[in-house]
Design a protein around this ligand. Sequence first.
Ligand code: GTQ
Length: 341
Amino acid sequence: MDDVRARREAFYRRIDDSHCAPLWEVLHGLITPTPSTPCQPCHWPWATMWPYLQDSGRIISAEEAERRVLVLENPGLRGRSRITHSLYAGLQLILPGEAAPPHRHSQSAMRFVLQGKGAFTAVDGRRITMNEGDFVITPAWAFHDHGNPSSEPMVWLDGLDVPIVELFDAQFMEKGDTVSYRGGDGQENLAEFGATMKPVGFQPASKTSPLCWYPYARSREALLAFARSQAPHPCWGHKLQYVNPVTGGWAMPTIGTFLQYLPQGFDGTPYRSTDATVYAVREGSGVCRIGGLELRFGPRDVFVCPSWMPYTLHADTDAILFSFSDRPAQQSLDIWREQAG
Ligand code: GTQ
């Protein structure tokens, strides 16, 4: 037996020099029966993060930092700047009077506003003035900058597909020149694409929604009206996904975004899917039970549920949750799965 082992190891050493290795030694760790991920469930309560964000505002300006962001690092992926294996998330602070300079990159970005009103993000010089609960898209390779002419700090949750683009080694980035704004506050984007209409002759230039601003007041109204029209789903309550109004598909090619309403007392049954999901609490409080943990969530908290780990959602009060995941990327590769109940 030892002889067999010794012969094999000698063989492995011999082929090792030629950058070659035996599959049979690693096969079952490589191709597993079910998802095997280092990603762990985790909770970033607002009560912890807001003081850190304020401190970050005292030690560096948005200008100097380029983006003043506290990266939410999954405890199973520390040092790798990611909240799940495939997605990056961070909390970005922009103080009154500050500006974050223009740049562009291959990575797509989304923002979900947690606190503040009146700061803007600009895409190619077109400003979108944001409010709490708004979902805003920065398409891949579009120049963008941020500014805060309001009198209060603004904090939003950033979601980017950084690890996906890194997986493909397809990343490009460049800084932009000083911006000349074209006037407007985003209403023109809503007028073009936000009324189930589009300009005649419009031809999409990319897979990203040409509507890049989904104001919360509208999304909330739709969600609550939808909820009145039918019984909640046993796992996720009442849940809508943000769409590209021109195609009806996902708003972004790699990142799926959702808004869901859990009525007070809602007690969901277990759910799991292969898209690890990042939740941001917009209104209300409740509990997410996952992997033996009880994550008690409240407004502006962020928490993450890893791929294929069953979890339940419970609402102590009426609750509205925003969430995002890599579901569109997985679906376009035909690898997405879910299991309800
Ligand atoms: O706002 O452009 O959290 O480029 C990370 C990278 C935000 C941004 C992040 C970015 C941005």
